[in-house]
Design a protein around this ligand. Sequence first.
Ligand SMILES: *[C@@H]1O[C@H](CO)[C@@H](O)[C@H](O)[C@H]1NC(C)=O
Ligand SMILES: *[C@@H]1O[C@H](CO)[C@@H](O)[C@H](O)[C@H]1NC(C)=O
Ligand SMILES: *[C@@H]1O[C@H](CO)[C@@H](O)[C@H](O)[C@H]1NC(C)=O
Ligand SMILES: *[C@@H]1O[C@H](CO)[C@@H](O)[C@H](O)[C@H]1NC(C)=O
Ligand SMILES: *[C@@H]1O[C@H](CO)[C@@H](O)[C@H](O)[C@H]1NC(C)=O
Ligand SMILES: *[C@@H]1O[C@H](CO)[C@@H](O)[C@H](O)[C@H]1NC(C)=O
Ligand SMILES: *[C@@H]1O[C@H](CO)[C@@H](O)[C@H](O)[C@H]1NC(C)=O
Ligand SMILES: *[C@@H]1O[C@H](CO)[C@@H](O)[C@H](O)[C@H]1NC(C)=O
Ligand SMILES: *[C@@H]1O[C@H](CO)[C@@H](O)[C@H](O)[C@H]1NC(C)=O
Ligand SMILES: *[C@@H]1O[C@H](CO)[C@@H](O)[C@H](O)[C@H]1NC(C)=O
Length: 400
Amino acid sequence: MTSALCSCMTSVLTYETYKSVVVRSWPLGIMYRLAQLIIISYFVGYVFLYEKAYQVADTNIESSVTTKVKGFGKLDNAVMDVADYIYPPQGEGAFSIITKIIETDNQFQGRCPESEKEFNCSSNADCIQHLGSVQADGMITGECNTTAGYCEIEGWCPAEDDKVKIKPMPEFVNFTIYIKNSIRFPLFNVTRGNFNSTKDIETCKYDKIEDPFCPIFQVDYILNETRQNVTMLAEKGGEIGIIIQWRCNLDHDVNFCVPKYSFSQLDAPFQNAKLSKGYNFRFAKYYKTEDGTDYRRLHKAFAIRFDVIVTGTARKFSLIPTVINVITAVTSVGMGTVLCDLILLHCSKRAQYYKEKKYEEVSEEQINESLTPKPGSQLSVRRGNSSCNDSGAISLSTNF
Ligand SMILES: *[C@@H]1O[C@H](CO)[C@@H](O)[C@H](O)[C@H]1NC(C)=O
Ligand SMILES: *[C@@H]1O[C@H](CO)[C@@H](O)[C@H](O)[C@H]1NC(C)=O
Ligand SMILES: *[C@@H]1O[C@H](CO)[C@@H](O)[C@H](O)[C@H]1NC(C)=O
Ligand SMILES: *[C@@H]1O[C@H](CO)[C@@H](O)[C@H](O)[C@H]1NC(C)=O
Ligand SMILES: *[C@@H]1O[C@H](CO)[C@@H](O)[C@H](O)[C@H]1NC(C)=O
Ligand SMILES: *[C@@H]1O[C@H](CO)[C@@H](O)[C@H](O)[C@H]1NC(C)=O
Ligand SMILES: *[C@@H]1O[C@H](CO)[C@@H](O)[C@H](O)[C@H]1NC(C)=O
Ligand SMILES: *[C@@H]1O[C@H](CO)[C@@H](O)[C@H](O)[C@H]1NC(C)=O
Ligand SMILES: *[C@@H]1O[C@H](CO)[C@@H](O)[C@H](O)[C@H]1NC(C)=O
Ligand SMILES: *[C@@H]1O[C@H](CO)[C@@H](O)[C@H](O)[C@H]1NC(C)=O
């Protein structure tokens, strides 16, 4: 019982320290200091100054976007205003400006021939293979209308013919988009708007260099920034991203927390796709005849879809990441030793010699030798008769 206690006490009440081997070598010394220098400059330059590791970041941005488009255009001799060409009309962060509409008037429920070329036929057999097709404008009945030369469908008739040539509205390039964006960084409770409400913005126009904080964008400018072919875009439609980026360093004045706008063509990966090129969608307006039969007017709209995408990070000094990173930096300086040890003990010519110096092997004989007391020696390895077991390391006990 007492021996166990004693054993426990001695194993707790010991202090182990490491013995150092000093290698007086110029090349190795230079390499060691160089390695330390690289590690220190990595931490100071990259981790602290560039990545700002002393700050805590909030990427969880809360954002709200409303938009308003203004301008008039002419499509098919009719003047179009905002209510005609904006879809959906609520002023959301994602909206479409319609540049071209193919209208199919007076569609009633019934049976009529298809208009698509792939549904041409000369006998019913040609149509039976199309039964259940989702490409048709209605449900294929399996019968061939030989006078028209097309398969018959059941659905809204007459079938839409979207091959008609319509000149798109050219004035859309002069439309302006007003974007109101308010954000909040919940971690720091910081709220910002994308323009200063005390400023007069009514007549301003966004320009990357001249007026980078104006929230009114001309479509022309955006298309030019994304290097779009305007003719093609008006004809087929497209998707454009308006990216609002907030990068705020809240260690500075909060008035420096301002948005940065950029534009991108979101459908760029599908430029050469065969199917569904551009952007279009259909919607219908429904009416009733006097006798109560429903009919509708179908619109196939080609539009430029704008997506306002808000991203952001705010950063502010915080003690915890600073302390953690300082400790990491200090610890990492020791990596130099690992590198130099590797070279010293494995790659140098006298590796064996250094190994012998670094890793001292103690044999029984040496212990026996040192047990014979030498007068004047302060240090001695004692091998007492104590009942305590050592951890295996040599115990150096100082004779105070
Ligand atoms: C459909 O039209 C194509 C040419 O446009 C023709 O080659 C084909 O024979 C026609 N199919 C039928 C079943 O009439
Ligand atoms: C074929 O279609 C035409 C309209 O394009 C229609 O007047 C005619 O009645 C149809 N014929 C048959 C047999 O359904
Ligand atoms: C856009 O506006 C400018 C003048 O502000 C005008 O010269 C130009 O013709 C307009 N573009 C279109 C397509 O209407
Ligand atoms: C956030 O800041 C506003 C003032 O800017 C203050 O009224 C509100 O109480 C703060 N909210 C929290 C959770 O601190
Ligand atoms: C708006 O701008 C004025 C001066 O340009 C500045 O003093 C004020 O703090 C700004 N307000 C906001 C909310 O940024
Ligand atoms: C379009 O961009 C080019 C450079 O990218 C510039 O030279 C040109 O003036 C711009 N046009 C308009 C209308 O902004
Ligand atoms: C845009 O595309 C149309 C049709 O593909 C082409 O005729 C026109 O030259 C293109 N314009 C530019 C500026 O590339
Ligand atoms: C060390 O000394 C012990 C007795 O103290 C002896 O039994 C042992 O053989 C010695 N070992 C060597 C390697 O001389
Ligand atoms: C250890 O103690 C025993 C008696 O308990 C004694 O005979 C022996 O000589 C001691 N050995 C040493 C190395 O002190
Ligand atoms: C040391 O421990 C071993 C096994 O753990 C035991 O056999 C031996 O007697 C112990 N020696 C002393 C001096 O307590």
